[in-house]
Design a binder for this molecule. Structure first.
Ligand SMILES: Cc1ncc(COP(=O)(O)O)c(C=O)c1O
Length: 394
């Protein structure tokens, strides 16, 4: 029977390549999975006090629907966190969601109508384009300099039309690891203000940065119409518990969305109630587990980038945050980056994601590797990639 064009058009490259890997596994091949951005699947776990908070909430019978906007204690703790990054908001400016994914869905549902355009950093995390298209909107990619981690402001300005409603930022970025600095963020705020656009900023990797202290959009937001998306899946190692949030800046331009978006929270009733207590504990309890995680990841980043750059026909800019490397395939002998990835999988059993899955305009010709696996697995996977690219070169 018929399904809507909108839903049949949804793509999610990160999971799409998995079916090819599963087929090979059925034939007895061992696969190195370097495709999923989930730290928990690679052995990084939430600390015991956080797990205990979840279990305690269950034992205390907090197993019923929570308030649709989320529990007040967690909303307060999140407001404090965002204020320490530069905003000036209260608990009522925070809405708890089933991960950033649901927050993104709610924001796009609230602002995008048929034919509206939304600017996205190219390449981008695929659900951004999917949620925009599901609402009949059009994702428009702008260019980002990966070497310097800077958005191309002139390119953004040239792509703003009467149909543009928002600029989305993802910093640190998936798939590139680019992190925008304060001056770039300020310029982006200025462009948004000049054109009466929402700024939607995804900071889910905010504490996973390797070289410089992180600066969030809150630091330069002033009273601009900034909406922050964030959550507990990456930094806080709680991907399967599905907790995220939307934080609204104190801006009169956000009055309408603040009135209407919470209705979407009410129609879906509530998020996971006991998991919200775990999220609260992850903010209020000891924070060392985060620095330990990031220190380990930095070693992985350094290894992966230096090894990739020593391979023939591969070049890789240094990801400044998150846990992805996004190498460029110079002189690809295959007909596309997707073919490169599928051949790498078939011949060496290493699963990466093709760059064009993150937007064809700026992602084509690249592939994405997750550097979450331990150093031994990473080294072995890199040996296989090196063999692969050296083999087709000779
Ligand atoms: C930039 C970005 N935003 C959001 C998500 C999904 O977050 P959540 O698990 O909170 O839905 C991801 C996951 O990979 C991501 O990379």
């Amino acid at each position: 029977m018929k399904v809507s064009k909108k839903v049949s058009g949804v793509e999610y490259a990160i999971r799409d390549v998995v079916s090819a890997a599963k087929d090979l596994e059925k034939q007895g091949k061992t696969i190195d999975y370097l495709n999923i951005g989930d730290p928990v699947q690679y052995g990084f776990h939430p600390p015991e006090n956080v797990k205990k908070a979840y279990i305690d909430a269950i034992k205390k019978d907090q197993n019923y629907y929570s308030a649709s906007e989320g529990i007040q204690e967690l909303r307060s703790a999140i407001a404090e966190k965002e204020n320490s990054k530069g905003l000036s908001i209260g608990a009522d400016d925070v809405l708890i969601t089933n991960g950033v994914s649901e927050g993104l869905d709610m924001v796009m549902s609230s602002i995008v109508e048929e034919g509206d355009e939304v600017l996205l950093p190219g390449p981008y995390y695929p659900p951004y384009a999917s949620y925009i298209r599901l609402r009949g909107g059009i994702p428009v990619e702008f260019s980002v300099d990966l070497e310097n981690s800077t958005p191309d402001i002139a390119d953004i300005k040239s792509k703003i039309t009467s149909k543009t409603v928002a600029i989305c930022l993802i910093s640190p970025n998936n798939p590139t690891g680019a992190v925008f600095d304060e001056s770039s963020l300020k310029q982006l705020i200025d462009v948004a203000n000049e054109n009466n656009l929402y700024i939607i900023c995804d900071e889910i990797y905010d504490q996973i940065v390797f070289d410089k202290k992180f600066v969030g959009i809150g630091k330069v937001a002033g009273n601009s119409p900034v909406i922050i998306l964030n959550g507990f899946s990456k930094v806080h190692l709680m991907s399967g518990w599905r907790v995220g949030y939307i934080a609204f800046n104190n801006s009169p331009q956000l009055d309408s969305i603040r009135e209407h978006l919470p209705k979407l929270a009410r129609v879906r009733i509530s998020t996971n109630h006991p998991a919200q207590y775990a999220a609260l504990e992850s903010l209020r309890g000891p924070q060392e587990y985060i620095s330990e995680f990031v220190t380990e990841l930095k070693k992985h980043r350094d290894l992966v980038v230096s090894r990739l750059n020593s391979m023939p026909g591969i070049s890789c800019s240094n990801p400044k945050g998150a846990f992805y490397a996004f190498p460029k395939i110079e002189n690809n002998p295959f007909k596309s980056d997707k073919e490169f990835v599928l051949n790498l999988l078939k011949s060496k059993g290493v699963l990466a994601v093709h760059g064009s899955g993150f937007g064809t305009k700026y992602g084509s010709g690249y592939f994405r590797l997750v550097f979450l696996p331990n150093m031994k697995i990473l080294n072995s996977a890199l040996d296989k990639i090196e063999d692969f690219v050296s083999g087709y070169k000779s």
